[in-house]
Design a protein around this ligand. Structure first.
Ligand code: F6R
Ligand code: MG
Ligand code: MG
Length: 379
């Protein structure tokens, strides 16, 4: 297979919302089962090394390892066919809510980017031992990763290894994407720290696409950066992003990575993609990966694996470690609930509600149209 680079492994995470039960609550079990079967077939055919399917809120997440590199048409095709078939064979016949929502175009020609689903891919030389964490969030957008990634890779207050581990002491390189202008810039911490924060503080404009270790440009983290609103030319939903982080032995420890989620951050999304809400870290084993209160609040799951000989190894076969299951994170969930309740006391007033240009829905033009004749010039 000439296109394969067998010395390197690729972790591809591709996700889409193709419908859910009782509004945007969660996908039907038959949808996840379909995805699992499809990935198992792909394993048996040798298309991928291993695959796993799960949901976060109303999104289905496909996690695949292979040796075909990022942007491979066969891998993207597998994800596209899976989402399309689930839509046609499961969600549409059952009349599930928003069936096929994220499949914005029928024009698949080898790359799924730009067609609706979110994509994050990372290729690396497998180390002696390779722990990775895959995060998936619902009811928010890619800018939600800005603070956690800043904490993990740039803040010595979060990551002790930045100070203590000589391999990390040189810092990290952040590839920052300008979502509006479609261009990117590399910034190196600690030297460019203030410039980095200057940009990524504007979470709806600048997002971190990739993080590399400065010493040797070893890939450390990758996010999905598609903005559905820009793809569709109008707002069609928050992106519900994914992210993966490699850990340990010269990269942040698993515990340092998870620390970044202990105190919930405020993110854009939530009800009607038009509010700010706290990002709540939840357990998928306990079934907390659903959205309810005011269609939220926004939430994040963390799946831990070892990548061994190109395959996913979890705590039980391929079953990933459920990293927010720890009772410690009950504190974060409680804290997030209190923030959520507090924010809702503000109703439809900014900043609880997003600014006009960031809202998924707006009635303002029609309100203005109706009130046109009642406006009077101010002297
Ligand atoms: C946000 C989201 C939901 C819906 C809301 C209204 O991304 O998916 O909060 O916006 O449930 O949905 P419709 O307009 O379909 O009734
Ligand atoms: Mg939905
Ligand atoms: Mg969603």
């Amino acid at each position: 297979m000439w296109w394969c680079n067998l010395s390197k492994v690729t972790l591809s995470v591709i996700k889409a919302d193709v419908g859910s039960v009782v509004g945007h609550y969660k996908p039907h079990t038959a949808m996840i089962e379909y995805a699992k079967r499809k990935l198992l077939n792909a394993e048996e055919e040798g298309l991928i090394n291993s695959g796993y399917a799960i949901h976060c809120g109303d999104d289905i997440i496909l996690i695949m390892t292979h040796n075909r590199g990022p942007n491979n048409p066969k891998i993207h095709g597998l994800a596209w066919d899976t989402f399309r078939e689930i839509t046609e064979k499961v969600s549409k016949p059952m009349k599930l809510y928003a069936a096929g929502q994220d499949l914005l175009s029928d024009a698949f020609s080898g790359n799924i980017k730009g067609l609706g689903p979110g994509v994050a891919e990372i290729e690396f030389e497998e180390r002696k031992s390779e722990p990775v964490i895959v995060f998936a969030a619902d009811k928010t957008e890619p800018g939600a990763w800005n603070i956690p990634l800043y904490r993990i890779f740039a803040s010595p207050d979060n990551t002790a290894g930045l100070v203590i581990d000589p391999t990390m002491h040189e810092g990290f390189i952040f590839e920052v994407l300008d979502l509006i202008e479609s261009k990117s810039v590399e910034l190196k911490t600690p030297e460019d720290l203030y410039d980095l924060v200057g940009l990524i503080g504007t979470t709806n404009h600048y997002v971190i696409a990739r993080v590399l270790r400065a010493k040797d440009r070893e890939p450390a983290a990758v996010t999905s950066t598609t903005k559905l609103s820009l793809i569709a030319g109008r707002y069609v939903g928050k992106d519900d992003p994914v992210m993966m982080v490699r850990c340990q032995a010269g990269l942040p420890a698993v515990g340092e990575v998870l620390s970044a989620f202990a105190v919930p951050t405020l993110v854009s999304g939530w009800m009607r993609g038009s509010h700010i809400g706290p990002l709540m870290p939840v357990s998928f084993k306990k079934g907390q990966n659903v959205v309810s209160y005011f269609d939220g609040p926004p939430r994040v799951i963390a799946m831990g694996w070892q990548i061994s000989n190109g395959k996913l190894v979890g705590v039980d076969g391929k079953e990933p470690a459920d990293l927010f299951e720890d009772p410690f994170f009950d504190y974060s969930r409680r804290f997030a609930s209190e923030i959520a309740i507090y924010l809702r006391t503000m109703g439809e007033f900014q900043p609880s509600r997003l600014q006009e240009s960031e809202m998924e829905y707006t009635t303002l033009p029609s309100i203005l149209e109706r009130l046109k004749s009642r406006f009077r010039p101010v002297e």
